[in-house]
Design a protein around this ligand. Structure first.
Ligand SMILES: Nc1ccn([C@@H]2O[C@H](COP(=O)(O)O)[C@@H](O)[C@H]2O)c(=O)n1
Length: 298
């Protein structure tokens, strides 16, 4: 067993199954792997110095591009709907329309602010957004091994792309499905493009993007990273799926979600509340198999 899996912050429904999946993926090699990940609070840090880090929405909400009056309204929405998002006593069916309501109201408010496209980079630079520790190795290893990374986010695509770009890891193997802003010819926000992506319709989003998954048909092993139950369906469009390792960050959901997640029928769920050493270790194993083992035999 990989040592970090015995860490007390890691919880597995079926450790033997996890080991089997890892062995099978390792034997199949990096050319059969694809990674599908949520963004906010999965690739980014949940908290830093005792304070919550901003989501891609929050980066904009708290920025100088937003009037004080609008900031108060956005904060009010966050205070109303975020507790609902993480309330494990409510069903997904009950929460779904409320999440649509939150996203819709927030996007309407943002559009009223006439946000200028060219200001986004500065706003991201001035924010407290942070990718998780070890992000550099994670993104770079995937790039070196040509493993596709799909970031599937209910956040704001333009903002999260800028976070990754400024961190210097927006490599060509990274693709993003998210809510993108629609700017008019003078670069002013006038709407959001396409179908709204919220935390509970990622399955529909995955099934709509058949072209992407068709291109990756030979990559039948999936590493899936997320922080909410809606993220579990992000791989539903994957064709000829062989193995899937689902890794969930509990963030502030520790106690309520542990029993609930363990009841969900899936091959494996690893719950992380602190770090992602396992993911890095997984890639070190991959590199070992792909690079070191063949050279030792030649
Ligand atoms: N107005 C909003 C709406 C949503 N959020 C948060 O964004 C997260 C969604 O992004 P993922 O990358 O995790 O799919 C979600 O967890 C909401 O809490 C927000 O901050 N403001």
């Amino acid at each position: 067993m990989i040592p970090v899996l015995s860490n007390s912050s890691v919880s597995m429904r079926d450790p033997k199954r996890v080991e089997q999946i890892l062995t099978s993926m390792r034997n199949a090699g990096a050319s059969t792997l694809q990674v599908i990940s949520d963004f906010d609070m999965t690739l980014t840090r949940f908290a830093c110095n005792g304070k919550r880090c901003p989501t891609s929405h929050n980066i904009l909400d708290n920025s100088k591009l937003i009037s004080e009056d609008c900031k108060a309204k956005l904060k009010n929405l966050l205070d109303t709907y975020y507790p609902i998002e993480i309330d494990s006593t409510r069903s997904v069916e009950e929460k779904l329309p409320l999440m649509v309501e939150w996203w819709t109201k927030a996007h309407e408010l943002l559009v009223q602010q006439k946000i200028i496209k060219d200001r986004l980079a500065l706003v991201v630079r001035e924010s407290e957004a942070k990718l998780r520790d070890g992000y550099q190795q994670f993104f770079d290893h995937l790039h070196q091994l040509s493993v596709p990374l799909l970031i599937f986010s209910a956040g704001i695509g333009d903002v999260l792309e800028e976070v990754i770009r400024q961190a210097g890891v927006f490599h060509p193997n990274v693709k993003v499905f998210s809510n993108y802003m629609d700017f008019d010819e003078s670069g002013v926000l006038r709407a959001f493009k396409g179908e709204l992506i919220h935390i509970y319709n990622k399955r529909e989003g995955a099934l709509l993007n058949t072209e992407h998954f068709k291109e990756l048909q030979s990559r039948s092993n999936v590493l899936l990273l997320g922080d909410s139950l809606g993220d579990l369906n992000m791989a539903d469009g994957v064709m000829d799926l062989q193995n899937i390792l689902k890794i969930g960050y509990l963030n502030d959901k520790d106690n309520e979600h542990r029993p609930k997640i363990s009841k969900i029928r899936m091959d494996s769920v690893i719950l992380f509340s602190v770090c992602w050493n396992i993911i890095l270790l997984f890639f070190f194993y991959m590199i070992w198999i792909v690079c070191i083992v063949p050279s030792a035999h030649s």
